[in-house]
Design a protein around this ligand. Structure first.
Ligand code: FEO
Length: 390
């Protein structure tokens, strides 16, 4: 528990040991489920709850603050890491009503069986008085579900942004202020959670520009006391600009594809292209997602397995496509023994990428001289394309 401002408290939970989110996303730095309590002169409101695994932490924090009555629980977002404990809060504070968007109400009824009469649906920009403090609810769809809302506390100029501007970074002190560490964790979070929605993120940032914000209090990770820093980073990440960076993501069974990946790395580097090379076996897929925020090119390398691509490569290609990065160029390379549909398989899996496909290079067995010449040409083409980047 931590005081954020006069009558504003952090009452959420730190889950530093958690290592996987949604059974999918690696959490090298754990996470927090931030929940905030605002005590107005007439009404008390809880903004978001916590993951149900941390229910006791939230309820104990409320006891510690001697909270006898909660009037409203604001559910910015229906995902259970923030809503999971709402039923327990409603049990403990039976007068409380859940404030949320129309879509969020339906989701919470489905996900948590919260009865319909417990809800107050608010409209976009609707205000609510707590006595001496005023909340304003702002619809910010698709950061990262369709129902999401953020709350602006007028008097203290705090934006409670839920997942928006968050990071999976478990620090006991929410005022943790290592700017570089926060940037790194926030970029990873953006890459894994927000990147597919970058167009609407830009619109949401414009909406928020009308508000004077002194503090951004997200529902994961540290609070931002210099809001312009994280907002500017989001603008950069969500922009259409890409960097002179190529990702080589490959898997290799007997060394042929690895040899091609190594060759490409050198051929690109000598032409001035920055390269990040990942052997997909054992790679934290979150690292690749982070590079996809900026990279102009992604190159997929895979051997042939049962006429298709290696399942480890398929997993990566599926996620790359789902994340819809702004990557401009894609290339495919790999090897086969007696028959392969590598190019057809990868091409069919990336409809979400609006990227130009560079002619692929597929070697029969070990790459030979003609394959290396083709890789040289591939590297030259990519380097040339990167020179024209704007
Ligand atoms: Fe942190 Fe989308 O929940």
């Amino acid at each position: 528990m931590q005081q954020i401002k006069d009558s504003v408290f952090s009452v959420g939970a730190n889950d530093a040991k958690r290592r996987l989110f949604d059974e999918l996303i690696p959490l090298p730095d754990g996470t927090t489920y931030n929940s905030y309590l605002v005590k107005g002169s007439e009404k008390t409101v809880l903004l978001d709850a916590v993951d149900s695994s941390m229910q006791d932490v939230l309820l104990n924090n409320l006891d510690e603050l001697k909270i006898k009555k909660i009037d409203y629980v604001v559910a910015h977002h229906a995902e259970q890491d923030h809503s999971g404990t709402i039923p327990a809060v409603l049990d403990k504070y039976p007068e409380a009503k859940v404030i949320c968007s129309d879509k969020c109400k339906l989701m919470l009824m489905d996900l948590l069986n919260i009865p319909e009469d417990k809800f107050i649906v608010v409209k976009d920009r609707e205000k609510m008085s707590l006595g001496n403090k005023t909340l304003e609810f702002i619809y910010t769809p698709w950061v990262h579900w369709p129902e999401t809302v953020v709350t602006y506390l007028h008097d203290d100029r705090i934006l409670f942004s839920c997942d928006f501007f968050g990071s999976h970074l478990a620090k006991e002190d929410l005022f943790f202020d290592d700017a570089e560490k926060i940037r790194e964790a926030a970029k990873r979070y953006y890459a894994e959670i927000m990147m597919p929605f970058r167009t609407i993120i830009k619109a949401n940032i414009e909406t928020l520009a009308k508000y004077q914000i002194e503090i951004i209090a997200p529902s994961h990770g540290p609070i931002h006391t210099k809001p312009e820093s994280i907002i500017n980073l989001y603008k950069e990440w969500a922009s259409d600009e890409v960097k002179n960076l190529a990702i080589i993501a490959y898997v290799s069974m007997h060394g042929s594809t690895k040899g091609m990946a190594d060759y490409l790395e050198e051929a690109l580097a000598k032409r001035g292209v920055a390269v990040r090379k990942y052997n997909l076996t054992g790679t934290d897929i979150g690292q690749i997602a982070v590079d996809l925020v900026d990279a102009a090119t992604i190159m997929i390398g895979t051997p042939t397995v049962l006429a298709g691509i290696h399942p480890t490569a398929a997993h990566a290609v599926y996620l790359v496509n789902a994340l819809r990065p702004k990557t401009r160029f894609v290339s495919i390379f790999g090897s086969f023994g007696w028959g392969a549909r590598i190019v057809e398989t990868v091409s069919s899996m990336i409809p979400g990428l609006k990227a130009e496909v560079i002619p692929p290079v597929i070697a029969k067995g070990l790459p030979k001289e003609k394959d290396f010449e083709a890789l040289e040409e591939m590297a030259a083409t990519i380097a040339e394309k990167h020179k024209g980047l704007k």
